[in-house]
Design a protein around this ligand. Structure first.
Ligand SMILES: C[S@@+](CC[C@H](N)C(=O)[O-])C[C@H]1O[C@@H](n2cnc3c(N)ncnc32)[C@H](O)[C@@H]1O
Length: 239
């Protein structure tokens, strides 16, 4: 099964409709500071695109799955909301440099190799305005399936095929805390949390959640740490 199949499956979609509480809180706080333009990278079914649009952001979303993009656009229409949603690889952010005030990349950028993740960190910083905020999650090696499948480089695995596993042909890179710090060392880190969730089966899912500011000259960890655009007209959803 691919992500494309997954996003045509009602059961999967049902699991991805409620916005993450941390994203919700951060979006509310930033909006109160008059943050305007937000991108949800790898938006899936659209829970955070809808959240951002509801909060009044000039909202953009992208995902490489056409099914995900269609679901997200339909959801926006049902709610009478506006946003621009594109089908695109995460490395293909169709916006000028410095365009976004806020970027959310929830459970997305680790679906690649370590070298490409480094390129993603540089790209995300480039697409944010100075002072803009990035919320990003990384897969932690404390996740139950760390080490399973074919290791294609240190920390990156192709998991064995399974009926409902969307990542069978897509690598998953697991980041240690040091790697996470290093990856985003050009940002100012406002918050770093290791979030663990034990499923009813007893299996543990774990991720790093980072809130980062594109601050020129920043050197990563800070004291006080708390735990030509290419946009197309047809991508725009209007009520
Ligand atoms: C775990 S889901 C998370 C979806 C969404 N961020 C959320 O939190 O609801 C991962 C998403 O990343 C997308 N994805 C994976 N690799 C991608 C890539 N190379 N480019 C764009 N999207 C990608 C998948 O289609 C899927 O929608």
């Amino acid at each position: 099964m691919t992500w494309e199949d997954k996003w045509r499956d009602g059961k999967t979609i049902g699991k991805w409709l409620v916005p993450d509480a941390t994203v919700e809180k951060l979006a509310r706080e930033l909006r109160a500071d008059e943050t305007q333009r937000a991108l949800d990278l790898g938006c899936g079914a659209g829970r955070h695109v809808v959240l951002l649009a509801r909060q009044g952001y000039d909202t953009y979303g992208s995902d490489f799955s056409q099914a995900a993009v269609e679901h997200c656009r339909q959801w926006l229409r049902r709610e009478d909301l506006s946003a621009t949603v594109m089908q695109a690889d995460m490395a293909d952010i169709r916006a000028p440099d410095g365009f976004f005030d806020f970027i959310v990349a929830f459970n997305v950028i680790y679906h690649t190799t370590s070298a490409s993740m480094k390129e993603m960190a540089v790209l995300l910083r480039r697409k944010l305005r100075p002072g803009g905020c990035l919320f990003v999650t990384l897969k932690s090696p404390a996740t139950w399936y760390f080490g399973q499948g074919q290791q294609i480089e240190p920390g990156t695995f192709l998991r064995p095929p399974k009926r409902d596993r969307p990542t069978k042909d897509i690598p998953v890179h697991f980041s240690t805390e040091e790697e996470a710090d290093e990856l985003f060392s050009a940002f100012r880190m406002v918050s770093k949390r290791h979030v663990e969730h034990v499923q009813p089966s007893g299996k543990r899912l774990a991720r790093w959640e980072l809130t980062l500011i594109n601050q020129p000259g920043a050197t990563g960890l800070q004291p006080g740490l708390t735990s030509g655009s290419g946009l197309r007209a047809e991508d725009k959803v209007n009520p």
